[in-house]
Design a protein around this ligand. Structure first.
Ligand code: ZN
Length: 298
């Protein structure tokens, strides 16, 4: 299967603005094929996947970023996780009819959290109320308020694809402020050019063509494209660790009732099944076996 899922970084020279573009094809299709999502939920999942890919690429870290919305409406949960090397997984939980519902109506009173979990180091979480009319507005507010970084995020989906374009003031520029007026003018200029981007263009053209259409009077430095893939981080070992947390008593009662412990990963539908022998082995390592009296190890 050819991979059309790409993320690509660029800098608009002299404007103090950096950018990131992404287009998700098979990774998006893999996510929506796992569950029978209504179209409205497919749309926000796709946009959230594109957003996570764009935002992860702007950070220098090794680990994973999770964007999560918990809602009080028909949709109770939307979660997208993206690793620094562009491995994506996503899930939504809903209950009820979403036909023709808007983003706000589906989620109701809701908060949006962005969690960064580095491989080494402390977790960082920012939470904001979902107060925009769409996901990109919410994320722009988040960056304005929490990170003090001017950010424009455009997200699109359609034709079984999702994608997005992000522009952000380079952090060095927001700190130095050599001429705030000039920087603001530059920001206004490039973001108004970027706003002419259509879903049709974003979902069908490559990054270089899009950048030429939007910024043909600028010098744009385009970096190498990087592949994005759907990949779930679940494993038998991680499932065992989660089950051990439940405790032997709980697992024994599941075994007594069902004859097995059957766990399905909510992200990828992978099934992990354990019988009574497996469960007994989970707890064996923690049993201290006394050494025999005359062991040479004594
Ligand atoms: Zn999984």
């Amino acid at each position: 299967m050819s991979n059309n899922d790409i993320s690509q970084r660029f800098i608009i020279n002299d404007s103090g603005v950096r950018g990131q573009w992404t287009l998700l094809d098979s990774s998006f299709q893999t996510v929506i094929a796992k569950h029978d999502y209504p179209l409205e939920i497919q749309a926000i999942l796709g946009e959230m996947m594109a957003a996570a890919t764009l935002l992860t690429a702007t950070l220098k870290f090794e680990g994973a970023m999770t964007i999560q919305a918990r809602g009080t409406g028909v949709v109770s949960l939307l979660t997208v996780e993206c690793t620094h090397d562009h491995k994506l997984r996503a899930i939504a939980r809903w209950d009820g009819d979403t036909t023709a519902m808007s983003f706000r109506a589906m989620l109701g009173q809701s908060t949006l959290s962005i969690t960064i979990t580095p491989l080494n180091g402390e977790r960082y979480q920012g939470v904001v109320p979902l107060d925009g009319n769409n996901l990109s507005q919410c994320l722009e507010h988040y960056f304005q308020h929490s990170e003090q970084l001017k950010t424009q995020i455009q997200l699109f989906h359609g034709n079984n694809r999702a994608g997005g374009l992000l522009l952000q003031v380079l952090p060095a520029h927001s700190g130095e402020k050599p001429d705030p007026e000039a920087l603001k003018d530059e920001w206004d200029r490039v973001t108004s050019l970027a706003r002419t981007l259509t879903a049709e263009e974003l979902l069908n053209l490559d990054c270089a063509t899009i950048l030429y259409r939007l910024f043909h009077e600028e010098t744009v430095q385009l970096f190498a494209s990087e592949p994005v893939v759907f990949q779930c981080t679940c494993s038998r070992e991680r499932t065992v660790n989660a089950l051990i947390q439940l405790g032997k008593e709980e697992l024994d009662s599941i075994l007594a009732e069902q004859g097995k412990v059957d766990v399905t990963c909510q992200f990828c539908n992978e099934r992990y099944v354990f019988d009574s022998v497996d469960v007994a082995l989970f707890f064996q390592d923690s049993v201290v076996v006394p050494k025999p009296e005359n062991s040479p190890l004594n």
